[in-house]
Design a protein around this ligand. Structure first.
Ligand SMILES: [Zn+2]
Length: 271
């Protein structure tokens, strides 16, 4: 069920108010907005589809049941992803206490329509990125997922994770550097040798993205990139890695996610 046709899209606070008042369609729309992010986050954090589905279900029910707690101080997606992260943590604790018999591998579904040849490179990159994300330690993976895949701001990411903005940024720089290193064979096949004495452009670029570079540092970096092909290749590789992260965040939503939204609304309505 969707909102009345022709009606303008309602903003989050209207939807929240309406859902709190018991409007089923408003709740469905609200959950449908955040469900894809929750699902992606769960899938990448748990590395398996079954657990990700549990996390999606738990989190949607949690949102529906705790709408009163949402004060609008953070964005709806920040709040939803913070709840998803708690669900992941509970899941991990639970899994730790039981024998590991369901080591189902993460099935990162490739694009259902592989399409022309140009997409082959994208898919190769997406597959390599999935592997690289998987290899990151949890604290690094979650910052990349929230910041670079889901597009939360650094302060929102900090709020969702319950850590300082500085901690988010430093983890982010390190994680991005790891990703770019992992993707190097694909992104920098013919890498020129650095002249030595080059700045750490990958971290510098990451810092620039987080607003941490002052103008002078920024100009110095730009100047260096202009004259140093090795560094400019490295920087391009980082940009491509981040674009690939962003693409994960716009993947088409699998039908089971929509089904979970409807199930959560039914449960909520039947309270
Ligand atoms: Zn250089």
């Amino acid at each position: 069920m969707t909102a009345a046709s022709g009606a303008p899209p309602r903003n989050t606070s209207e939807l929240v108010a309406s859902a709190r008042a018991g409007n089923r369609e408003a709740l469905e729309e609200l959950l449908a907005r955040v469900a894809p992010s929750i699902h992606r986050f769960g899938l990448r954090m748990c590395k398996n589809a079954h657990d990700a589905d549990d996390i999606l279900q738990d989190t949607l029910l949690n949102i529906a049941g705790h709408l009163q707690d949402f004060e609008g101080r953070s964005s709806l997606s920040t709040w939803a992803l913070a709840l998803a992260r708690s669900a992941c943590a509970r899941k991990r604790r639970w899994l730790k206490n039981r024998p590991a018999d369901d080591a189902e591998a993460l099935t990162t579904k490739p694009d259902p329509e592989p399409g022309p040849e140009q997409r082959a490179g994208d898919q190769e990159l997406a597959a390599a990125l999935s592997k690289a994300l998987e290899a990151l330690a949890d604290p690094y993976r979650e910052v990349v997922l929230l910041r670079d895949v889901e597009g939360l701001s650094a302060p929102e990411t900090a709020r969702a994770l319950g850590v300082s903005v500085d901690a988010v940024k430093s983890r982010l720089h390190r994680a991005r550097e790891n990703l770019r290193d992992a993707l190097r064979p694909l992104l920098e096949p013919a890498r020129a040798a650095t002249a030595g004495g080059c700045p750490d452009v990958v971290t510098l670029w990451s810092r620039k993205l987080e607003g941490e570079l002052d103008q002078a540092d920024c100009e110095a970096m730009t100047e260096h990139l202009r004259g140093c092909s090795a560094c400019s290749t490295a920087c391009d590789a980082l940009k491509q890695a981040l674009l690939a992260c962003h693409r994960i965040g716009t993947d088409t939503v699998p039908p089971e996610v929509q089904a979970r939204v409807k199930a959560a609304v039914r449960t909520w309505a039947g309270r």
